[in-house]
Design a protein around this ligand. Structure first.
Ligand SMILES: [Zn+2]
Length: 293
């Protein structure tokens, strides 16, 4: 087929071998493609290029739209036999960067979905419906994009911990038939001394989730914390005051020094950013020299 058609599709790693109109609704443009990436015939187990065709298979990875009518990419790909007698892998199916193994969506579609949710702040459900994928697929694409964009938080001297309700309480029936009340809460960690804003957010509001989050941070981050501001939740107090984190170095770093709503640390940091603060905590090793004023 004319090379221009492949250029028009622009899906790296494949070339267009035919276009027809049909599909389940009679108006879908079906684009048949074949592999043109030489690396696709290299065994993922040993790297040796194969020339022994085992069978041909067809898959239809969902791709970005083009024009008004639906479009279906039909990839005719090859299952190769590994020709390396020392390789444990008997056979493998072609994969390319735009359609990795076990993916049913193209990489560029997942990136488009992820950016629509993350950059344009559109809902997962709306973007999923617009691209004809499931909610979980769209959410997974967003998580992948977010993982590449997010960086580890920089150390802060004042860490804020607070709870955020995530949806209304509801009752769901468990696998044993019993009704269980779900009351979803998240815990957010914020930088109260700098301008990083939200440092992290985890599901739940227990001591364990706070301890786990702290334990997951690098030691320099934990060492830099001079003050912790929390709301009155006893679980948070327990986590930061007496929390024991095996093998992490987090062992009761902070102690209560009192404090009420509007308490100030280092001038006006907390009074200006955290009206709900009712407990202010300070790291134990700095108690002698850095009490809140
Ligand atoms: Zn191999």
């Amino acid at each position: 087929m004319d090379h221009g058609t492949s250029l028009l599709l622009g899906l790296e790693g494949v070339e267009v071998v035919g276009v027809s109109v049909g599909g389940p609704d009679g108006r879908t443009r079906v684009v048949d493609v074949g592999t043109c990436d030489p690396a696709a015939s290299c065994c993922p187990g040993c790297g040796v290029r194969s020339t022994s065709v085992k069978e041909r298979v067809v898959c239809t990875p969902r791709d970005i739209g083009y024009g008004d009518a639906p479009i279906m990419v039909r990839w005719n790909k090859i299952r190769w036999r590994c020709v390396n007698s020392e390789c444990a892998r008997g056979s493998f199916t072609e994969a390319i960067g735009q359609v990795p193994r076990r993916r049913r969506t193209t990489t560029r579609l997942r990136e488009t979905i992820g950016r629509a949710i993350g950059d344009a702040a559109r809902s997962v459900a709306e973007v999923a419906a617009g691209h004809g994928v499931s909610w979980h697929t769209a959410h997974g694409a967003f998580v992948d994009i977010a993982a590449t964009a997010l960086t580890d938080p920089a150390p802060t001297s004042v860490l804020g911990i607070d709870e955020t309700r995530r949806g209304k309480p509801r009752w769901v029936r468990g696998g044993d038939g019993r009704w269980v009340r779900i009351d979803p809460w998240d815990t957010g960690f914020v930088d109260l001394a700098g301008d990083q804003g939200l440092l992290g957010q985890v599901t739940g509001r227990t001591s364990a989730v706070v301890i786990d989050w702290l334990a997951a941070q690098p030691a320099p981050f934990r060492d830099a914390i001079e003050y912790v501001a929390i709301d009155p939740a006893a679980s948070y107090a327990a986590a930061v005051a007496v929390g024991q984190v095996p093998d992490s170095g987090v062992t009761g770093l902070w102690s209560f020094v009192g404090g009420q709503a509007g308490s100030s640390i280092n001038g006006s940091v907390l009074t200006s950013v955290c009206e709900s603060v009712s407990v202010v905590m300070v790291s134990r090793h700095r108690l002698r020299t850095s009490r809140p004023r």
